[in-house]
Design a protein around this ligand. Sequence first.
Ligand SMILES: [Zn+2]
Length: 222
Amino acid sequence: MLRKSSKFGLIVVALLQIPGCGKPAYFVAKEEPWRANEERLCLASGTIRNNPFVSARSALGGPAPCGAIRPLYVSAAVRGSVGLKPQATLSCPMVPATDHWVQTAVVPAARHYFGVDVVELQVAASYSCRPRNGIAGGRLSEHGHANALDISGFLLADGRRITVLTGWSGNVAERAFLRAVHKGACRTFTTVLGPNADAFHRDHFHLDLARHGRSGSVRICQ
Ligand SMILES: [Zn+2]
């Protein structure tokens, strides 16, 4: 790993092997103290304490600067009412954010457009030490910090499954539900990317808590 100082702070260039791919890829990452600060604040707040659907994971194994102080396995949102399948590996701040999104956007939208509850979110990706969109030489993805969650579908209580890939241009209810869920995510997460963003996101919503802009107040909702 190379480290070099610049006017933007410490830049870290890491080489990593993409599993199953064989070719080494590399990414560029900035050292950003806000990440550890926000994670420590979240851990100290007690928000994840005594939640049987959130458990500590020992290590993430990726080369620095990937990982989190205390990575967590999360098997359900809102204290078990909506499952995450497969379970996600997330850092602490992503847990209350996911709960908030599910409670304020996903559950109400499912009741409104389908008349039933959502029982499960299909997780397409969570922690992954890789460059953005898997493109070598790019910035380290928020997934590398366990600060991002990709959701590709929603299982309803009556057994119906709504997927981003087909539902985004599906029937009236599917289209409206997915747009409501996407719009609602923009009230919770700082980055939300869906099928309108680019071809990489045609089959899932990418949700993360990155800081954008100098003040950290800029939001990306596409
Ligand atoms: Zn993603």
